[in-house]
Design a protein around this ligand. Structure first.
Ligand code: TYD
Length: 215
């Protein structure tokens, strides 16, 4: 039984950097660490990612089709990569996971999060992370960071006016998650944020092992 940690947050919060940092730091003590990103991480998932994030689509997917595509990418990732890795006892670091769907498709597409969760349960894609780190940053700071980076993808582009709502959505989810989601201040030097993330993983693994559930 491995350990699944996901990183979440608004675009520009530094998830991809911190996910890579975390995987590299964990590898120093444990060689079997797998880093994945969502959507993506498999051949099918990367193809779906291209479709989902393509701003050139003349007719973008309707909300439920969009959820179905994110879910298909997740199912494939779970089946090909995440579940086998966890079964052999690996640590999996996921750059986004289920909570992104709950917040982005729930808020930006006005879909009922209950319906999204139900779809996840029905398809068996509802493996919850052992720990979710919410990298929290003001929308203004995130926008400054994004402005220096790559062009916005379709969903970033469509939600750029609602980053504050997305941030609130993540924070509200964290409050209701019963400790699974830990909010981390991402408005600090990357090294400080990385050290905090690593400490949270260590602590949660110790806690889980002490509770008798760990490997
Ligand atoms: P991300 O990988 O963070 O993009 P970047 O390449 O900038 O690091 O995320 C891709 C986009 O997909 C992001 O705008 C959020 C969106 N997304 C959803 O809308 N729902 C989901 O379930 C997931 C996983 C991502």
């Amino acid at each position: 039984m491995g350990f699944l940690v996901s990183l979440e947050g608004i675009d520009g919060a530094g998830k991809s950097t911190q996910a890579a940092n975390l995987a590299a730091a964990l590898r120093l003590a444990d060689p079997d660490v797998v880093l994945v990103r969502e959507p993506g991480g498999t051949e099918l998932g990367e193809r779906l990612r291209e479709l989902l994030l393509d701003r050139q689509l003349a007719r973008p997917p309707v909300p439920l089709a969009e959820v179905a595509l994110f879910l298909a990418a997740r199912l494939q990732l779970l089946s090909e990569v995440v579940s086998p890795a966890l079964a052999r006892g690996a640590v999996v670091v996921a750059d986004r996971f289920l909570d992104s769907t709950l917040v982005y498709q729930g808020l930006a597409r006005s879909l009922d999060p209950g319906l999204i969760l139900e779809l996840h349960r029905l398809t068996g894609a509802d493996r919850l992370p052992d720990l979710t780190i919410l990298l929290d940053l003001s929308e203004e700071r995130a926008a400054t960071r994004l402005g220096r980076g790559l062009p916005l993808d379709r969903i970033e582009h469509e939600t750029r006016g609602t980053a504050g709502g997305i941030r609130r959505g993540f924070r509200e989810l964290a409050e209701r998650a019963g400790g699974r989601i830990v909010v981390v201040d991402a408005d600090r030097q990357p090294d400080e944020v990385a050290a905090h993330c690593l400490e949270l993983v260590r602590a949660r693994r110790v806690q889980r092992d002490a509770a008798g559930g760990g490997s």
